[in-house]
Design a protein around this ligand. Structure first.
Ligand code: FAD
Length: 337
Protein backbone atom coordinates (compact mmCIF):
# COMPACT_ATOMS: atom_id res chain seq x y z
CA UNK A 1 0.00 0.00 0.00
CA UNK A 2 1.58 3.32 -1.09
CA UNK A 3 1.94 5.87 1.64
CA UNK A 4 1.43 9.57 0.95
CA UNK A 5 4.21 10.68 3.22
CA UNK A 6 7.34 8.92 4.44
CA UNK A 7 9.31 9.18 7.63
CA UNK A 8 13.04 8.81 7.21
CA UNK A 9 13.86 5.58 9.04
CA UNK A 10 17.61 6.17 8.90
CA UNK A 11 19.95 9.16 8.52
CA UNK A 12 21.38 7.53 5.41
CA UNK A 13 21.93 9.14 2.04
CA UNK A 14 21.38 6.86 -0.95
CA UNK A 15 23.35 7.36 -4.11
CA UNK A 16 21.89 5.73 -7.20
CA UNK A 17 24.72 4.06 -9.13
CA UNK A 18 23.92 3.98 -12.81
CA UNK A 19 25.27 0.83 -14.44
CA UNK A 20 26.05 -0.15 -18.00
CA UNK A 21 26.95 -3.75 -18.78
CA UNK A 22 27.38 -4.35 -15.06
CA UNK A 23 29.88 -1.50 -14.61
CA UNK A 24 29.31 1.73 -12.67
CA UNK A 25 29.04 4.92 -14.67
CA UNK A 26 31.04 7.92 -13.50
CA UNK A 27 28.10 10.08 -12.51
CA UNK A 28 27.06 7.79 -9.65
CA UNK A 29 30.62 7.37 -8.41
CA UNK A 30 31.03 11.16 -8.40
CA UNK A 31 27.91 11.52 -6.26
CA UNK A 32 29.35 9.28 -3.57
CA UNK A 33 31.59 12.22 -2.69
CA UNK A 34 28.78 14.66 -1.67
CA UNK A 35 26.75 11.63 -0.52
CA UNK A 36 29.42 10.77 2.07
CA UNK A 37 29.68 14.40 3.16
CA UNK A 38 25.91 14.86 3.59
CA UNK A 39 25.52 11.50 5.34
CA UNK A 40 28.43 12.34 7.65
CA UNK A 41 26.87 15.66 8.71
CA UNK A 42 23.53 13.94 9.34
CA UNK A 43 25.11 11.03 11.22
CA UNK A 44 24.19 8.38 8.65
CA UNK A 45 25.84 6.22 5.99
CA UNK A 46 26.44 6.76 2.28
CA UNK A 47 24.56 3.86 0.70
CA UNK A 48 25.13 2.97 -2.95
CA UNK A 49 21.94 1.76 -4.61
CA UNK A 50 23.07 -0.48 -7.45
CA UNK A 51 20.46 -1.76 -9.90
CA UNK A 52 21.32 -3.85 -12.96
CA UNK A 53 22.43 -7.32 -13.94
CA UNK A 54 25.74 -9.02 -13.10
CA UNK A 55 26.80 -5.92 -11.19
CA UNK A 56 29.79 -7.27 -9.24
CA UNK A 57 32.12 -4.73 -10.85
CA UNK A 58 29.75 -1.83 -10.11
CA UNK A 59 29.53 -2.92 -6.47
CA UNK A 60 33.34 -3.04 -6.17
CA UNK A 61 33.66 0.39 -7.77
CA UNK A 62 31.01 1.88 -5.47
CA UNK A 63 32.74 0.57 -2.35
CA UNK A 64 36.15 1.72 -3.59
CA UNK A 65 34.73 5.21 -4.20
CA UNK A 66 33.31 5.62 -0.72
CA UNK A 67 30.05 3.66 -0.23
CA UNK A 68 29.59 2.59 3.41
CA UNK A 69 27.01 0.04 2.33
CA UNK A 70 25.54 -1.27 -0.93
CA UNK A 71 21.90 -2.08 -1.64
CA UNK A 72 22.01 -4.41 -4.63
CA UNK A 73 19.05 -5.15 -6.87
CA UNK A 74 20.49 -7.56 -9.44
CA UNK A 75 18.42 -9.52 -11.92
CA UNK A 76 18.29 -9.96 -15.68
CA UNK A 77 15.08 -7.93 -15.78
CA UNK A 78 17.26 -4.90 -14.86
CA UNK A 79 19.89 -5.69 -17.53
CA UNK A 80 18.59 -2.83 -19.69
CA UNK A 81 17.17 0.31 -18.14
CA UNK A 82 13.41 0.52 -18.00
CA UNK A 83 11.50 3.23 -16.15
CA UNK A 84 8.89 0.76 -14.89
CA UNK A 85 11.27 -1.80 -13.40
CA UNK A 86 13.81 0.63 -11.94
CA UNK A 87 11.11 2.87 -10.41
CA UNK A 88 9.40 -0.09 -8.79
CA UNK A 89 12.72 -1.38 -7.41
CA UNK A 90 13.60 1.96 -5.82
CA UNK A 91 10.10 2.45 -4.38
CA UNK A 92 10.32 -1.07 -2.93
CA UNK A 93 13.65 -0.22 -1.23
CA UNK A 94 12.34 3.11 0.11
CA UNK A 95 9.21 1.48 1.54
CA UNK A 96 11.45 -0.96 3.42
CA UNK A 97 13.94 1.56 4.73
CA UNK A 98 13.34 5.22 3.84
CA UNK A 99 16.58 7.30 3.79
CA UNK A 100 16.74 11.09 4.25
CA UNK A 101 18.00 11.70 0.75
CA UNK A 102 18.41 10.07 -2.66
CA UNK A 103 20.97 11.46 -5.12
CA UNK A 104 20.90 10.62 -8.82
CA UNK A 105 22.87 11.85 -11.81
CA UNK A 106 21.20 14.38 -14.10
CA UNK A 107 22.04 12.05 -16.97
CA UNK A 108 19.39 11.10 -19.56
CA UNK A 109 18.60 8.04 -17.38
CA UNK A 110 18.47 9.99 -14.10
CA UNK A 111 16.34 12.71 -15.66
CA UNK A 112 13.80 10.05 -16.56
CA UNK A 113 14.00 7.98 -13.39
CA UNK A 114 14.19 10.73 -10.73
CA UNK A 115 10.85 12.43 -11.46
CA UNK A 116 9.09 9.06 -11.79
CA UNK A 117 10.39 7.87 -8.41
CA UNK A 118 9.55 11.22 -6.78
CA UNK A 119 6.05 11.08 -8.27
CA UNK A 120 5.47 7.57 -6.93
CA UNK A 121 6.75 8.52 -3.49
CA UNK A 122 4.79 11.79 -3.49
CA UNK A 123 7.87 13.73 -2.58
CA UNK A 124 9.74 16.59 -4.28
CA UNK A 125 12.62 16.52 -6.72
CA UNK A 126 15.23 19.18 -7.31
CA UNK A 127 16.56 18.66 -10.81
CA UNK A 128 19.92 19.51 -12.32
CA UNK A 129 21.80 20.58 -9.19
CA UNK A 130 25.30 21.96 -9.36
CA UNK A 131 26.07 21.89 -5.63
CA UNK A 132 24.75 20.30 -2.44
CA UNK A 133 25.00 21.37 1.17
CA UNK A 134 23.18 21.12 4.47
CA UNK A 135 20.96 24.01 5.56
CA UNK A 136 22.01 24.69 9.16
CA UNK A 137 18.61 25.98 10.30
CA UNK A 138 16.59 22.95 9.17
CA UNK A 139 19.23 20.25 8.86
CA UNK A 140 17.82 19.51 5.40
CA UNK A 141 19.74 19.29 2.16
CA UNK A 142 20.22 22.65 0.43
CA UNK A 143 20.10 21.91 -3.28
CA UNK A 144 21.61 24.57 -5.55
CA UNK A 145 20.75 24.77 -9.23
CA UNK A 146 20.76 27.39 -12.00
CA UNK A 147 17.44 29.20 -12.48
CA UNK A 148 16.04 31.76 -14.92
CA UNK A 149 18.19 30.66 -17.83
CA UNK A 150 21.25 30.40 -15.59
CA UNK A 151 21.08 34.06 -14.57
CA UNK A 152 20.83 33.20 -10.90
CA UNK A 153 21.60 30.23 -8.70
CA UNK A 154 18.62 29.08 -6.61
CA UNK A 155 19.04 27.15 -3.36
CA UNK A 156 16.06 24.91 -2.71
CA UNK A 157 14.94 23.19 0.51
CA UNK A 158 12.38 20.40 0.73
CA UNK A 159 11.34 20.93 4.33
CA UNK A 160 8.33 18.63 4.59
CA UNK A 161 8.76 15.42 2.65
CA UNK A 162 11.08 12.42 2.72
CA UNK A 163 13.01 11.17 0.99
CA UNK A 164 14.46 14.37 -0.44
CA UNK A 165 15.40 13.56 -4.04
CA UNK A 166 17.61 15.44 -6.46
CA UNK A 167 19.53 14.96 -9.66
CA UNK A 168 23.03 16.43 -10.02
CA UNK A 169 24.86 17.24 -13.18
CA UNK A 170 27.64 14.94 -14.26
CA UNK A 171 31.08 16.46 -13.82
CA UNK A 172 30.34 18.92 -11.01
CA UNK A 173 31.44 16.55 -8.24
CA UNK A 174 34.88 14.98 -8.18
CA UNK A 175 35.15 11.23 -7.57
CA UNK A 176 36.93 10.32 -4.34
CA UNK A 177 40.22 8.57 -4.93
CA UNK A 178 39.46 4.87 -5.37
CA UNK A 179 40.56 2.62 -2.52
CA UNK A 180 40.05 -1.02 -3.52
CA UNK A 181 41.03 -2.23 -0.05
CA UNK A 182 37.81 -0.79 1.44
CA UNK A 183 35.08 -3.24 2.45
CA UNK A 184 31.37 -2.64 3.05
CA UNK A 185 28.19 -4.58 3.70
CA UNK A 186 26.34 -5.62 0.53
CA UNK A 187 22.62 -6.18 1.12
CA UNK A 188 20.93 -8.07 -1.70
CA UNK A 189 17.37 -6.92 -2.27
CA UNK A 190 15.08 -9.69 -3.39
CA UNK A 191 12.76 -7.78 -5.70
CA UNK A 192 12.11 -8.91 -9.25
CA UNK A 193 9.86 -6.74 -11.37
CA UNK A 194 7.69 -8.90 -13.68
CA UNK A 195 9.23 -8.66 -17.16
CA UNK A 196 5.81 -8.73 -18.84
CA UNK A 197 4.83 -5.54 -16.99
CA UNK A 198 7.60 -3.48 -18.62
CA UNK A 199 5.67 -1.27 -21.02
CA UNK A 200 8.60 -0.08 -23.11
CA UNK A 201 10.76 -2.74 -24.75
CA UNK A 202 14.29 -2.20 -25.95
CA UNK A 203 14.29 -3.45 -29.53
CA UNK A 204 17.68 -2.34 -30.79
CA UNK A 205 20.59 -0.12 -29.78
CA UNK A 206 22.01 1.99 -32.60
CA UNK A 207 25.39 3.60 -31.88
CA UNK A 208 25.59 7.31 -32.66
CA UNK A 209 27.47 7.93 -35.89
CA UNK A 210 30.42 10.24 -36.14
CA UNK A 211 33.06 11.33 -33.71
CA UNK A 212 32.51 10.56 -30.03
CA UNK A 213 33.58 13.23 -27.56
CA UNK A 214 34.05 12.30 -23.94
CA UNK A 215 34.04 15.82 -22.53
CA UNK A 216 32.72 14.76 -19.13
CA UNK A 217 35.56 12.28 -18.58
CA UNK A 218 38.30 14.49 -20.08
CA UNK A 219 41.16 15.77 -17.94
CA UNK A 220 42.14 18.47 -20.42
CA UNK A 221 39.74 20.47 -22.61
CA UNK A 222 40.57 23.21 -25.09
CA UNK A 223 37.42 25.09 -26.10
CA UNK A 224 36.81 27.57 -28.88
CA UNK A 225 34.13 30.24 -29.11
CA UNK A 226 32.79 32.90 -31.42
CA UNK A 227 36.20 34.60 -31.28
CA UNK A 228 37.42 31.94 -33.74
CA UNK A 229 35.48 33.78 -36.43
CA UNK A 230 34.65 30.62 -38.39
CA UNK A 231 34.67 26.80 -38.36
CA UNK A 232 38.19 26.39 -39.74
CA UNK A 233 39.70 27.75 -36.48
CA UNK A 234 38.75 24.52 -34.74
CA UNK A 235 40.82 22.47 -37.22
CA UNK A 236 43.77 24.83 -37.67
CA UNK A 237 44.14 26.13 -34.11
CA UNK A 238 42.02 24.54 -31.34
CA UNK A 239 42.48 20.86 -32.25
CA UNK A 240 46.27 21.08 -32.65
CA UNK A 241 46.53 22.67 -29.19
CA UNK A 242 44.17 20.07 -27.70
CA UNK A 243 46.19 17.26 -29.34
CA UNK A 244 49.49 18.69 -28.11
CA UNK A 245 48.12 18.78 -24.55
CA UNK A 246 46.51 15.32 -24.85
CA UNK A 247 43.05 16.82 -24.44
CA UNK A 248 39.74 17.08 -26.27
CA UNK A 249 37.96 19.91 -28.07
CA UNK A 250 35.06 21.78 -26.48
CA UNK A 251 33.14 24.84 -27.58
CA UNK A 252 30.76 27.58 -26.55
CA UNK A 253 27.17 27.57 -27.68
CA UNK A 254 27.81 30.49 -30.02
CA UNK A 255 30.16 28.29 -32.06
CA UNK A 256 27.62 25.45 -32.07
CA UNK A 257 24.74 27.74 -33.05
CA UNK A 258 26.85 29.09 -35.91
CA UNK A 259 27.19 25.51 -37.19
CA UNK A 260 30.99 25.47 -36.74
CA UNK A 261 31.07 22.34 -34.53
CA UNK A 262 28.52 19.69 -33.44
CA UNK A 263 26.49 20.14 -30.25
CA UNK A 264 28.26 17.15 -28.66
CA UNK A 265 31.23 19.52 -28.07
CA UNK A 266 29.20 22.23 -26.31
CA UNK A 267 30.09 23.09 -22.74
CA UNK A 268 27.61 24.91 -20.55
CA UNK A 269 24.12 25.02 -19.23
CA UNK A 270 22.57 23.49 -22.33
CA UNK A 271 25.67 21.47 -23.15
CA UNK A 272 27.97 19.30 -21.05
CA UNK A 273 29.07 20.04 -17.51
CA UNK A 274 32.78 19.36 -17.27
CA UNK A 275 35.36 19.29 -14.49
CA UNK A 276 38.76 18.76 -16.10
CA UNK A 277 42.15 19.39 -14.51
CA UNK A 278 42.82 22.01 -17.19
CA UNK A 279 40.26 24.04 -19.19
CA UNK A 280 41.56 26.39 -21.89
CA UNK A 281 38.94 28.87 -23.19
CA UNK A 282 39.91 30.49 -26.48
CA UNK A 283 37.83 33.37 -27.85
CA UNK A 284 35.10 32.73 -25.29
CA UNK A 285 33.67 35.70 -23.39
CA UNK A 286 32.59 33.77 -20.27
CA UNK A 287 28.80 34.15 -20.28
CA UNK A 288 27.17 32.76 -17.12
CA UNK A 289 25.65 29.88 -19.10
CA UNK A 290 29.12 28.84 -20.27
CA UNK A 291 30.60 29.21 -16.77
CA UNK A 292 27.81 26.97 -15.40
CA UNK A 293 29.36 24.12 -17.38
CA UNK A 294 33.07 24.58 -16.69
CA UNK A 295 33.38 26.68 -13.51
CA UNK A 296 34.43 23.70 -11.39
CA UNK A 297 37.50 22.96 -13.57
CA UNK A 298 40.66 22.71 -11.47
CA UNK A 299 42.69 25.20 -13.50
CA UNK A 300 41.26 27.61 -16.07
CA UNK A 301 43.29 29.39 -18.72
CA UNK A 302 41.71 31.92 -21.05
CA UNK A 303 42.94 33.55 -24.22
CA UNK A 304 40.93 36.61 -25.20
CA UNK A 305 41.76 39.91 -26.84
CA UNK A 306 39.30 41.84 -24.65
CA UNK A 307 40.75 42.38 -21.14
CA UNK A 308 37.22 43.20 -19.91
CA UNK A 309 35.80 39.78 -20.91
CA UNK A 310 34.13 38.10 -17.87
CA UNK A 311 36.11 34.89 -18.45
CA UNK A 312 39.13 36.64 -16.87
CA UNK A 313 37.10 36.75 -13.62
CA UNK A 314 37.18 32.94 -13.27
CA UNK A 315 40.52 32.24 -14.96
CA UNK A 316 43.56 31.16 -12.97
CA UNK A 317 45.71 32.36 -15.86
CA UNK A 318 44.56 34.87 -18.46
CA UNK A 319 46.33 35.80 -21.70
CA UNK A 320 45.22 39.04 -23.35
CA UNK A 321 45.86 38.54 -27.03
CA UNK A 322 44.76 37.23 -30.39
CA UNK A 323 44.09 33.48 -30.13
CA UNK A 324 45.51 33.01 -33.64
CA UNK A 325 48.87 34.24 -32.34
CA UNK A 326 48.79 32.73 -28.84
CA UNK A 327 47.44 29.20 -29.52
CA UNK A 328 49.91 28.23 -32.31
CA UNK A 329 52.81 29.63 -30.26
CA UNK A 330 51.66 27.58 -27.27
CA UNK A 331 51.24 24.45 -29.39
CA UNK A 332 54.75 24.88 -30.83
CA UNK A 333 56.19 25.35 -27.34
CA UNK A 334 54.48 22.22 -25.99
CA UNK A 335 55.55 20.08 -28.94
CA UNK A 336 59.13 21.35 -28.68
CA UNK A 337 59.27 20.40 -25.01
P1 FAD B 1 30.91 35.81 -27.41
O1 FAD B 1 30.18 36.13 -26.17
O2 FAD B 1 30.57 36.58 -28.64
O3 FAD B 1 32.45 36.01 -27.07
C1 FAD B 1 33.46 35.92 -28.03
C2 FAD B 1 34.76 36.35 -27.34
O4 FAD B 1 35.84 36.16 -28.21
C3 FAD B 1 34.78 37.83 -26.93
O5 FAD B 1 35.10 37.93 -25.54
C4 FAD B 1 35.91 38.43 -27.78
O6 FAD B 1 36.64 39.42 -27.08
C5 FAD B 1 36.77 37.22 -28.06
N1 FAD B 1 37.53 37.29 -29.30
C6 FAD B 1 37.11 37.67 -30.53
N2 FAD B 1 38.11 37.51 -31.44
C7 FAD B 1 39.16 37.01 -30.76
C8 FAD B 1 40.49 36.63 -31.13
N3 FAD B 1 40.91 36.68 -32.42
N4 FAD B 1 41.34 36.22 -30.16
C9 FAD B 1 40.96 36.15 -28.86
N5 FAD B 1 39.72 36.50 -28.45
C10 FAD B 1 38.83 36.91 -29.39
N6 FAD B 1 26.54 29.34 -23.98
C11 FAD B 1 27.43 28.34 -23.84
O7 FAD B 1 28.62 28.49 -24.13
N7 FAD B 1 27.00 27.11 -23.40
C12 FAD B 1 25.71 26.84 -23.06
O8 FAD B 1 25.39 25.70 -22.70
C13 FAD B 1 24.78 27.92 -23.17
N8 FAD B 1 23.47 27.72 -22.81
C14 FAD B 1 22.62 28.79 -22.87
C15 FAD B 1 21.31 28.63 -22.40
C16 FAD B 1 20.43 29.70 -22.42
C17 FAD B 1 19.04 29.50 -21.89
C18 FAD B 1 20.87 30.95 -22.93
C19 FAD B 1 19.94 32.10 -22.92
C20 FAD B 1 22.16 31.11 -23.40
C21 FAD B 1 23.05 30.03 -23.39
N9 FAD B 1 24.36 30.17 -23.85
C22 FAD B 1 25.23 29.16 -23.67
C23 FAD B 1 24.80 31.37 -24.61
C24 FAD B 1 25.59 32.36 -23.81
O9 FAD B 1 24.72 33.28 -23.19
C25 FAD B 1 26.57 33.14 -24.72
O10 FAD B 1 25.83 33.75 -25.76
C26 FAD B 1 27.67 32.27 -25.35
O11 FAD B 1 28.31 31.51 -24.34
C27 FAD B 1 28.67 33.18 -26.03
O12 FAD B 1 29.63 32.40 -26.66
P2 FAD B 1 31.09 32.98 -26.91
O13 FAD B 1 31.74 33.32 -25.61
O14 FAD B 1 31.79 32.04 -27.81
O15 FAD B 1 30.80 34.29 -27.78
Amino acid sequence: MLQTSYEAKTKDVWVFIETKDGKARNVGLELLNPGRRLAGIQGGKAVALVIGHNCEDAVKEAIAHGADKVLLVDNEVYGHYSTDAYTAAIVHCVEADCPTTILMGASPLGRDLGPRVAGRLKTGLTADCTSLDIDEATGKVAWTRPAFGGNLMATILCPFTFPQIGTCRPGVNKKLEADYSRTAEVEKVDFVFPADKIRIKLIETIAEEGEKVDLEGAEIIVSGGRGLGGPEGFETTIKPLADALGGVVGSSRAAVDAGWIPHSHQVGQTGKTVGPKLYVACGISGAIQHLAGMGSSDFIVCINKDPEAPIFGVADLGVIGNLYDVCPALTKLILAD
